[in-house]
Design a protein around this ligand. Structure first.
Ligand code: ATP
Ligand code: MG
Length: 323
């Protein structure tokens, strides 16, 4: 299948991206009170790299994913495989980036067979003859661990895990350089979820693609990804190799995420201190100021994301004045 890959090291470049919602939805241009969700987010994902984005509910993970997919407006610059939204057609863009979401059923038409759903991207882009498309679908079903005969089934005849396998297969049909997986295993049982994680790992060996894997679970992201960014209230507070961020977390928020018990009812003094400082966010201060046990007056300004790598890694960026 012909799919010309643009040259360049980084498959995804997110540069100084911010975005805002107004009281009644998306509002870059509206004259209403608007709240900022993404705060000057920058990150890159290299070729074949799996990149994990973690953070608690509401921190802006899906907003970033949607901005990268070109589904919502943003300020700043995003390029996928060297292409910028608005400069090329949506159709051209979809050859390079595809998404897998939490609920596979909502991504499928209940009246169409699995085969037809998976064939759709090929038909939309005029790739292959009907016979070739059929063969590509059957091969892809096997790639995602399903029997080729599933092509004739309907979504309701599949389990949740099998449906997610179909969505992953459909996302790979156009051989995109980047897949965005937004909470792709969160709705599944733990054992089914880990089978899907292992599927991503197997496909990674067989195919060339990069992935932005969005999850609230740092353990899952560590298992799957090469690099990790931790997001708190729309800004990246820590970013580096999975090993550095997981095994040597520096930012107090990353440490909190990693502590097995949430920030209440903990025996740990550090965590109790976090709870005691649980106050409303302070405008203009470090995003974690109101929860941080180490915060001082200095933290009433926003720290930059700086490289604090010291164990020989290339990067271990942390947003904290005291690290
Ligand atoms: N269309 C919208 N209109 C207004 N506010 C929105 C809209 N979409 C998201 N938000 C707000 O933006 C913030 C970030 O939401 P987002 O969905 O990106 O969080 P998330 O990190 O993906 O959370 P979760 O882990 O629960 O999926 C939240 O405060 C949310 O209420
Ligand atoms: Mg989300």
């Amino acid at each position: 299948m012909d799919n010309t890959k643009p040259a360049g090291e980084d498959i995804l470049r997110v540069e100084h991206v911010s975005n805002y919602y107004s009281d009644n939805g998306l509002g870059i241009l509206r004259n209403r009170k608007r709240s900022q969700v993404l705060q000057d987010v920058s990150l890159t994902i290299g070729k074949d790299e799996f990149f994990g984005l973690v953070g608690e509910s509401g921190c802006g993970k899906s907003t970033l994913g949607n901005a990268i997919l070109g589904l919502i407006p943003y300020e700043g610059k995003i390029t996928v495989a060297g292409l910028e939204h608005g400069r090329v057609s949506r159709k051209e863009f979809t050859r390079h980036i595809q998404a897998v979401f939490q609920d596979p059923l909502s991504a499928m038409n209940p009246r169409r067979t699995i085969g037809d759903t998976m064939k759709e991207p090929l038909m939309a882009h005029g790739i292959g003859t009907p016979k070739e498309q059929e063969a590509a679908v059957r091969a892809m079903l096997e790639t995602v661990g399903l029997d080729a005969s599933y092509a004739d089934r309907y979504p309701r005849e599949l389990s949740g895990g099998q449906r997610q396998r179909v969505c992953i297969g459909a996302a790979l049909m156009l051989e995109p350089e980047l897949i965005i997986a937004d909470e792709a295993i969160s709705a599944l049982d733990v054992s089914v979820g880990s089978q899907i994680l292992n599927l991503f790992r197997t496909i990674d060996v067989e195919r060339d693609f990069s992935m932005l894997f969005i999850s609230h679970n740092l353990n899952v992201v560590y298992y799957l990804c090469d690099r990790i960014a931790v997001m708190y209230k729309g800004s990246i507070v820590e970013m580096g190799t999975a090993d550095a961020v997981y095994n040597d977390p520096m930012h107090p928020y990353t440490r909190l995420l990693l502590s097995a018990i949430p920030d209440y009812a903990s025996e740990d003094d550090g965590d109790r201190a976090l709870l005691e400082r649980f106050r409303p966010p302070v405008e203009g201060a470090c995003a974690f100021y109101h929860r941080c046990p180490h915060a001082t007056d200095k933290c009433k300004k926003v720290p930059e994301l700086r490289n604090k790598a010291y164990r020989g890694e290339e990067e271990h960026l942390v947003r904290c004045f005291y690290l």
